[in-house]
Design a protein around this ligand. Structure first.
Ligand SMILES: C[S@@+](CC[C@H](N)C(=O)[O-])C[C@H]1O[C@@H](n2cnc3c(N)ncnc32)[C@H](O)[C@@H]1O
Length: 279
C-alpha cells in the first residue's frame, strides 16, 4: 500500500468523501444505476468490490446476491471501511464483509465469480500490476464490471468549476498518467491495459447522462458550497486566498450553475465508461 494513497484516502480526501457522502452518492446515482444494470447481480454470486467507498453499493449488491451469495468490499481507507461495516450492520445485511487493503496488492481468500467497481480503479500506483492482481481474485469465466470517467471535455461539470477556480488561483497541471478521476478516460488505453493484465473480451461502453452536482435537490448556492467544500478543485482556492477570495469564487460558481438548475437539481451533462472484461 503506498503511503500517499493511504494518506489521501484515509486522511483529508477520505474525510471529505465521508463528510459529503450523501451528496457524492446522489451525484453519481444516474451512472451508478446504469453500472448496476450492466452488472445484473444474481442470487448465489460471490462478488468483490474494488474501492467500496461509503458502502452504498455494498448493501445493494449483498442484497442482490443473497441468501447464498457473498459480498466482499476492499478499500484502502480504514475510515471508509469502518463506515461500510456500520452501514451494512444497520441495514441488517449479513452476507457482506470488508477488507481494508490496497486492491493493487491484496490477496483476499477464495476466488469469486464477479469483480465490480464504481470509480474505484483510477488511483492505483501501478495500474497494470493492480489489474493483474484483481484478475487473480476472479475465477476463470468470471468477470469485472466497473465505471471510470470519460474525458473532462465530455464532463462540463468539472470544466466549468475548474475554469472558475483557475480565475483565482493557478491550478496544477493534471498528470494524465497519474492517479486521478480522468486517468482511464481513453478507452483504447484502458482496453490495452486490461489485456496486458490478463483480462479478455474488454468492452468500454459510453454512458452519457446527467450529473446531479451537489446531489439531488441541490440549489446553485448549495452546489457551490459542495464544489468548494467537497471537491478537490475547491482546495487550492481555500488554500491560496482568505475568506474574501473564497466568497468571490462562490458567487461566480453560483452564477455559473444557475442555468443548470432544472427540475429541482443542478443537472449537468456527464459521461463515463462502463467497462466489462472476462477473466
Ligand atoms: C471516488 S471513490 C468511489 C467510492 C465508491 N465506489 C462510490 O462509487 O461511491 C474511490 C474509492 O476508491 C478507494 N481506493 C483508492 N485507491 C484504492 C486502492 N489502491 N485500493 C482499494 N481502494 C482504493 C478510495 O478509498 C475510495 O473509497
Amino acid at each position: 500500500m503506498t503511503d500517499q494513497a493511504v494518506e489521501d484516502w484515509n486522511g483529508e480526501v477520505g474525510e471529505r468523501w465521508l463528510k459529503n457522502l450523501d451528496a457524492f452518492e446522489s451525484m453519481i446515482s444516474p451512472v451508478n444505476a446504469a453500472l448496476m444494470k450492466a452488472a445484473a447481480f444474481k442470487p448465489g454470486e460471490r462478488v468483490v468490490e474494488v474501492g467500496c467507498g461509503g458502502g452504498k453499493n455494498a448493501v445493494e449488491i449483498a442484497r442482490a446476491v443473497a441468501p447464498s451469495g457473498e459480498y466482499l468490499g476492499v478499500d484502502i481507507s480504514e475510515l471508509l471501511v469502518e463506515h461500510c461495516r456500520k452501514r451494512a450492520a444497520e441495514a441488517g445485511v449479513e452476507n457482506a464483509s470488508f477488507l481494508c487493503a490496497d486492491a493493487g496488492t491484496a490477496k483476499p481468500d477464495a476466488p469469486r465469480e464477479r469483480a465490480f467497481s464504481s470509480f474505484g480503479v483510477m488511483f492505483f500506483e501501478n495500474p497494470e500490476k493492480a489489474f493483474g492482481n484483481i484478475r487473480g481474485w476472479v475465477k476463470p469465466g468470471g468477470d469485472f464490471v466497473f465505471s471510470c470517467w470519460a474525458p473532462p471535455e465530455m464532463n462540463p461539470w468539472i470544466g466549468i468549476v475548474g475554469a472558475i477556480a483557475g480565475k483565482y488561483v493557478e491550478m496544477l497541471e493534471r498528470d494524465p498518467d497519474g492517479p486521478g478521476p480522468f486517468r482511464m478516460a481513453d478507452p483504447d488505453a484502458t482496453k490495452a491495459l486490461l489485456e496486458s493484465a490478463g483480462w479478455k473480451d474488454v468492452e468500454c461502453t459510453l454512458w452519457r447522462g446527467e450529473q446531479l452536482v451537489g446531489g439531488e435537490g441541490a440549489t446553485p448556492e448549495s452546489a457551490a458550497g459542495f464544489v468548494l467544500e467537497a471537491l478537490a478543485i475547491g482546495e487550492p482556492v481555500k488554500e491560496a486566498g482568505g475568506p474574501e477570495l473564497v466568497e468571490k469564487a462562490r458567487a461566480d460558481i453560483v452564477e455559473a450553475l444557475k442555468p443548470f438548475h432544472k427540475d429541482g437539481s443542478i443537472r449537468m451533462d456527464a459521461a463515463s465508461w462502463i467497462v466489462t472484461a472476462k477473466a
